[in-house]
Design a protein around this ligand. Structure first.
Ligand code: 5AD
Ligand code: SF4
Ligand code: FES
Length: 358
């Protein structure tokens, strides 16, 4: 019997088993892992891919994560807020094209002007799209009161990556202060789930100073956390960030893609009906990265519908793709790519996680 089938024979997900899958090195075995995950997805939730139109609403941020190009201390980042009208137009584009769902993403600000503005945008998006779109927010850590207010206004999903589930690694990639506390991050995730959001988390893969053991723990953390959605992608360096000093420690882009695909595949096998995104970071390191993510068991794609003039300034990492492509160009391109990956776009379908019951 082939090694991979043998590993998958046992039902429990121990750390040792995850490590042995993450360290598979023979191409035949790795492909077998992806295939097993793809089949698992098709059996449990089918080959439908859900679109989430991503609006990169603002790159203003008060935090200083060591890996991120839009950190507050990066004075070379040109800061923007997408205007309300443009946010509404983007949401209308998503609605008319049957994306069924939008994500409003930004850096992390917690002043009242910012949080009230997000509240306004939730109301305006719902009013402009007949309350038919699912709205996901990805605006960082906020007070419970704020999360509750946004939920009550009709935001129903929230993305908050744990970034690295090992507190020691988390501390290495963030400043050591109350604003970047691992415990607060965990607490925020708990609050989001308590309020009733469909909650998503995830990690970066191939970070300098990260071990295979860390990644295996990340998968156990995600699987046990009770989240409904997951977005994980390769870490990509950015020259204007503190973590760049370790770039010589990085594994190659190809290896980071391979490791990310293994992570997706293993998570699919661990949690057969969870929503897993095939992320833009994958496409950044490999032109076929998102298709490969689908082939490894992912079922969500987030087409970027930010107005083109802002896209290059949402500069988390280097080499972001499609900077000059209009939303309709990316949409058509993605549809073809998704078909090539043996999947179908589930237009008009909210694509709630099967693990989420309201
Ligand atoms: N490489 C990959 N992903 C990154 N993010 C931020 N900076 C980077 C980077 N350099 C991810 C974080 C964050 C999400 C919005 O973008 O995981 O949660
Ligand atoms: Fe701000 Fe998010 Fe970047 Fe951290 S990862 S600096 S919170 S935008
Ligand atoms: Fe943007 Fe292909 S995904 S143009």
């Amino acid at each position: 019997m082939k090694l991979i089938s043998k590993i998958l024979e046992t039902p429990e997900w121990t750390k040792e088993k995850i490590v042995s899958l993450l360290t598979l090195s023979e191409e035949i075995e790795i492909n077998e892992l992806y295939k097993a995950a793809e089949q698992c997805r098709n059996i449990h939730i089918g080959n439908n891919v859900y679109f989430r139109g991503l609006i990169e609403y603002s790159n203003r941020c008060s935090k200083n994560c060591f890996y991120c190009g839009i950190r507050a201390k990066n004075k070379n980042a040109f800061r923007y807020d997408v205007s309300d009208n443009e946010v509404i137009e983007a949401a209308e584009f998503a609605y008319k094209n049957n994306y069924a769902s939008v994500v409003l993403q930004s850096g992390e600000l917690s002043d009242k002007a910012f949080t009230s503005h997000i509240s306004e945008l939730i109301k305006k998006i719902h009013a402009a799209t007949d309350h038919k779109l699912r709205i996901t927010l990805s605006c960082g850590e906020q007070k419970e009161k704020v999360y509750q207010e946004w939920y009550d206004l009709g935001a129903d999903r929230y993305l908050l990556r744990i970034e690295a589930s090992n507190p020691a690694l988390y501390e290495k990639i963030h400043p050591f202060n109350a604003k970047h506390s691992y415990q607060m991050r965990l607490q925020s995730l708990r609050i989001l789930m308590k309020i009733g959001y469909q909650t998503g988390t995830g990690v970066m893969i191939g970070l300098p100073l990260q071990t295979i053991d860390d990644l295996a723990s990340d998968l156990l953390f995600i699987s046990n956390s009770g989240v409904h959605m997951v977005g994980m992608g390769p870490y990509i360096e950015h020259a204007e960030t503190p973590l760049y000093k370790h770039h010589e420690l990085l594994i190659s882009p190809e290896k980071r893609v391979e490791l990310s695909l293994k992570m997706i595949a293993i998570l699919r096998l661990m949690r057969p009906s969870i929503n897993i995104a095939s992320t833009t970071a994958l496409q950044t390191l490999d032109p076929m990265g998102r298709e490969k993510g689908l082939r490894a068991g992912a079922n969500v794609i987030m087409p970027n519908i930010t107005p083109v003039r802002y896209k290059k300034d949402y500069d988390l990492y280097e080499g972001k793709p499609c900077l000059d492509d209009e939303p309709d160009e990316c949409g058509t391109c993605l549809e073809n790519r998704i078909k090539m990956a043996g999947c179908e776009v589930a237009y008009g379908n909210w694509g709630d996680s099967k693990e989420f019951s309201q």
